[in-house]
Design a protein around this ligand. Structure first.
Ligand code: NAP
Length: 307
């Protein structure tokens, strides 16, 4: 496992981080941060692109976050990624954020531009690329059901689907009020005067079998953005009877093997993929934002699979 640095390493002008070989000029801020796979594939990208910099993990608590982000210019950083629990605080701290970051309420990529900090969110765009790569399909053409729409990842995916104006959006959450709130927020983006058939274009439902069953006939892509399936002992996300061969199933859980949902979907004859591709593409998009050039995707993918 690579080293974990702290706010103190950044706040002293970054002397410790500058002294590394190659110097640390990119990072991920998180709390916890030990589990992050980002250094593995970002360092592979930096090596493949011949950039004399390294990407490190920095453990930053919520109290330390604003000062740590503000210390990036003086520490000579190009930027940073931001993960749990700092994505909303990052949006509040940056000087400027792009449209999608503002709509999703979260920033995961920060760029240092002189003394200013610019915020982006690559989770949603990374999801779109992952769906294209996994299923050769564009989100805008699909009727999408998001399970766990009230969580961080589910919200990021839902906002992106609404921005893409996907054909249909079904927001599912155990605590259904969160899905309903999100549906209200996204309604202006999903409004259409076109008649699309018997099913409403944007709905919010509870994570219950009867409600799910009533929607399944009007869905092309099912996305798992819940934490169910992270442990092998977890219950199934969906009853097997709801999985049919015409579905595409995307499990946002990143795993190098098949998750239980992916196994169940394939057994039903559906096409299925896990969240590794979303992780890869959100990282590749961060690289593109920092360096304004295409990311070395093959090197990043190989490093992610090995990590
Ligand atoms: P989160 O904010 O904690 O949200 C968890 C979601 O799961 C909530 O909607 C929650 O519903 C739901 N949930 C939890 N237990 C449940 C249960 N027993 N039954 C039904 N729903 C349940 O977590 P997150 O950060 O969004 O992460 C969610 C998943 O996405 C994780 O598996 C994570 O690994 C994955 N993820 C993948 C990527 C990627 O790049 N591939 C990126 C980010 C996250 P309530 O609102 O009712 O609590």
């Amino acid at each position: 496992m690579s080293d974990i640095y702290t706010a103190a390493d950044l706040l002293n002008g970054g002397a410790t981080l500058r002294a590394l070989t190659p110097p640390a000029r990119l990072s991920v801020f998180g709390d916890p941060v030990a589990h992050s796979k980002s250094p593995a594939f970002h360092n592979a990208a930096l090596r493949a692109a011949g950039i004399d910099a390294q990407y490190v993990k920095i453990h930053i608590t919520p109290e330390e976050f604003p000062a740590a982000l503000g210390a990036l210019p003086a520490a000579g950083f190009i930027g940073t990624n931001v993960t749990i629990p700092h994505k909303a605080a990052a949006l509040a701290t940056v000087d400027e954020a792009d449209d999608y970051a503002r709509a999703s309420g979260a920033v995961n990529t920060v760029v240092v531009e002189g003394e200013r900090l610019l915020g982006f969110n690559t989770d949603g765009p990374g999801f779109v690329r992952a769906i294209r790569e996994s299923f050769l399909a564009d989100v805008r053409d699909l009727r999408v059901m998001i399970l766990g729409a009230g969580g961080g990842a589910g919200r990021a995916i839902a906002v992106q689907c609404a921005i893409e104006r996907c054909e249909r959006l079904v927001l599912v959450n155990r605590t259904v009020e969160k899905a309903r709130e999100l549906a209200k927020e996204l309604a202006p983006r999903m409004h259409s005067d076109r008649l699309l058939g018997p099913a409403e274009r944007l709905v919010a439902i509870p994570h219950e079998t009867a409600a799910l069953a009533a929607e399944m006939a009007h869905i092309d892509l099912v996305v798992n953005a819940t934490s169910i399936g992270m442990k092998r002992s977890d219950p199934p996300l969906l009853p097997q009877s709801l999985l049919t061969p015409s579905l595409m199933v995307y499990d946002a859980i990143y795993s190098s093997g098949k998750t239980r949902l992916v196994e169940d979907a394939e057994q039903a004859g559906a096409r299925a993929a896990n969240g590794l591709s979303m992780l890869l593409h959100q990282g590749a998009l961060s690289f593109e934002i920092w360096f304004n050039r295409p990311a070395p995707l093959d090197a990043m993918r190989a490093a992610l699979l090995a990590a």
